[in-house]
Design a protein around this ligand. Structure first.
Ligand SMILES: N[C@@H](CCC(=O)N[C@@H](CS)C(=O)NCC(=O)O)C(=O)O
Length: 236
């Protein structure tokens, strides 16, 4: 693996946004210094590197921060265009389409499944499950169109949308484990269900994606932190 001097990634192991950046760097074979962040007590480097959102991931290349995971993955693809496989499609129409679906996966699918974890009632949870499944239905169609009969969204190999959706799979497993919700069900999304298995078997997924229990533990920590914050607000 080519090790880039001056390349740092501020991250959180279980964050889907961080996972996709790490997968992009792994695909390209780029080495970097990984710096795990404590998001309960944010460090100075994160605050100065992403003063607007104060979120991870932040890639710092030769001292310059790049924020927002989709922008970071595209940056990695462009800067290391001659290293490793291309992540975004070469064809402008296919690139635009991949960007459209990536934005959809982050703006519609992701908030729906995150909602499953945080709603207060079972009725609200059922609504969020429905929203999640509706988004998965659209992505099943997107897979059929983008993959064109090939194994991945990116065709013969993992591409941009594979990373964007693939980075969320860890949390689908966690949802099943914690709430019994099956996000990608074979009878409803057969192409995606087969893709999930293929994606999980790639070196990139094996190397980067943490164990589901790490996500479950993190969610429990977040839940108790939020409960504590609520009590603290009530007491103040
Ligand atoms: N749209 C951003 C989302 C990043 C994001 O939400 N990161 C979370 C971790 S999963 C974070 O840093 N949260 C800290 C906070 O909200 O204060 C991206 O794609 O990079």
């Amino acid at each position: 693996m080519a090790c880039e001097g001056g390349l740092k990634l501020l991250g959180l192991t279980v964050s889907p946004f961080v996972v996709r950046v790490r997968m992009a760097l792994h695909l390209k074979g780029i080495g970097y210094e990984y710096i795990e962040q404590d998001l309960f007590v944010k460090g100075e480097l994160l605050l100065v590197s992403n003063p607007v959102h104060k979120k991870v991931p932040v890639l710092i290349h030769d001292g310059k921060p790049i924020c927002e995971s989709l922008a970071v993955v595209q940056y990695v693809d462009e800067v290391w265009a001659d290293t490793g496989p291309s992540i975004l499609p070469a064809d402008p129409y296919e690139r635009a389409d991949a960007r459209f679906w990536a934005a959809y996966a982050d703006s519609k699918l992701l908030p729906a499944w995150v909602g499953i974890m945080w709603v207060a009632t079972e009725e609200e949870r059922a609504e969020k499950v429905q929203d999640t499944l509706t988004a998965i239905g659209h992505l099943e169609e997107a897979f059929r169109k983008c993959s064109n009969g090939k194994p991945f969204f990116g065709g013969d190999s993992v591409g941009y949308l594979d990373l964007v959706l693939g980075s969320q799979l860890l949390w689908f497993e966690a949802l099943q484990k914690m709430f019994g919700v099956v996000v990608i069900e074979e009878s409803m999304a057969p192409h995606l269900a087969a893709w999930v298995k293929r994606f999980g078997e790639t070196d990139t997924a094996k190397e980067v994606v943490p164990d589901v229990d790490t996500a479950v533990e993190y969610l429990k920590k977040l839940q108790s932190h939020r409960a504590g914050a609520t009590v603290a607000q009530l007491l103040s």
